[in-house]
Structure formats: C-alpha cells, structure tokens
Ligand binder design. Sequence first.
Ligand SMILES: Nc1ncnc2c1ncn2[C@@H]1O[C@H](COP(=O)(O)OP(=O)(O)O)[C@@H](O)[C@H]1O
Ligand SMILES: [Mg+2]
Length: 247
Amino acid sequence: MRDLPILESHDRPFLRAEDLVITRNGRRLLDVADLALGGTGPTLFLGPNGAGKSLLLRCLHGLIVADRGRVTQDGQPIGAEQRRRQAMVFQTPVLLRRSVAANLDYVLKRRGLARGARRARIAGLLEEGGLSGKDRQAARSLSGGEAQRLAILRALACDPEILFLDEPTSALDPAATQDIETMILRAARRGTRIVMITHDIGQARRLAHDIVLMQGGTVAESGPAHDFFDDPQSQAGRRFLAGGLVL
Ligand SMILES: Nc1ncnc2c1ncn2[C@@H]1O[C@H](COP(=O)(O)OP(=O)(O)O)[C@@H](O)[C@H]1O
Ligand SMILES: [Mg+2]
C-alpha cells in the first residue's frame, strides 16, 4: 500500500522520504513508500515498540542511510548542509561531563559566536529552560527533567529549522513532562519544525498538528491530528487508539 503524504497538495514539504527500505538479516525493518512532512505545527510519530519509528527518524536526520530510497529536505538530499539545519534530542540526554553553562557554550563556540554573544545567549537559554542559577552545576548531577531541558536547550542553541525528538519524556514524571512540552510548543511557535516520537497518546493529542502512525516498518496512516483522533482511517489507527495492540 502506498503511504499517503500528509500535506495538502499546495503545501511544500520540508522533509520527504521516498521508497525508503532497510532490510537486516532478511527482515524488512523499514518500508516507506512516500512520506512528506509539511505544515507548521508539530508532527508526532506514534506506533508500537519495534514499528520502525526510531529508524525512520534517524534516516530523516541523516544518521542512517537506507539500503534504498532517498530523504530530502526542501528538495535537497540530506547532506552536511541539511544536517546543520537539524538537531536531535534522544530519550536519554547525552551531556558533556562539564557544567551546565559549558554544555551550551560548547555548541555556541562551535557555531563561531564570540565570547560576549555566547554569554548573553547562554543566559537567555538557561532562563528559557528554567535553569537560571544552575549554570555552574555539573550537568551530570542534574535531575532527569533538568538534564532533558538542558539537552533541548543545547539543540535549540543551534537554531535548527527542524528539531527531532525521540521519546524525550518517556523517562520523566508528569510535571517534568509538562515542562518539556511547554519548551517544545514554544519552539514550534517560533517556527522550529518539530518532528517527534512518543508512545504517549495523551501527549500526541496535546502537541500534534499532524500524526504519522507506524506499524511493522511501514506508515499505516498519516494526516492532520484532529482527523486521526476523531476518525482514524486505518484499522491500525482504530486499534491503536482503542488501546489494543497493533500487530
Ligand atoms: N541496527 C539494527 N540491526 C538490526 N535490527 C535493527 C537495528 N536497529 C533496529 N532494528 C530493528 O528494527 C525494528 C524497528 O526498530 P525501532 O525503529 O527502534 O522501533 P521503534 O522506535 O518504533 O520502537 C526493531 O525490530 C529493531 O529490533
Ligand atoms: Mg524507538
């Protein structure tokens, strides 16, 4: 079955995956015929464990090259230039063994910002992530929620056009999750394209403008979130929302 692009024909996709196939040990792990991401609001990927969500996200970010097919950003293949315009946040934050401020400084320095500009930007970022006053604390001593907020700040410090997040709140409690969701929505409102995986249907309802439901390495259904939640078009979608297993 051909996947349905999620955009209206007059929208231009910012990301497109075509004919994407990954096979390992004779198993087809990913098989995406044509998936186009457009629109300005967050796109949330849903689906059971092992559906291929993380693999697809890694392909879209250029971390993995599929056996077949192509990924394009604004019509261009994903290369160094495209990757510079993207950032990724994982479920478990990967932080440098340095202070909170040094984790942000590292990224800003790499981008060529002068010392004064870096200092001002770090202060702004820490404020945005509710981490003001923790600048000298060792990043590895932060709580799970604080560490994830820092990881998101570090991604945002790159001013990415696209921010990928792979289950960024699955290890966090509801309050910490809410803080992260607030940061993500703020970034989306400022124009950052959010492409995010979650297994939390409530979170998808709160954040998603568009939904991509994956199942067995394929896209079972994709489209506007309100359509999906009101009236899913696929059997996989109906089962998923009913809380049953999608097999
Ligand atoms: N490097 C790999 N080699 C072999 N199999 C892999 C590899 N990476 C992922 N897989 C398999 O691909 C399938 C999809 O994985 P993944 O994308 O992580 O699923 P999801 O994120 O939806 O839970 C799983 O069955 C997983 O075991
Ligand atoms: Mg995953």
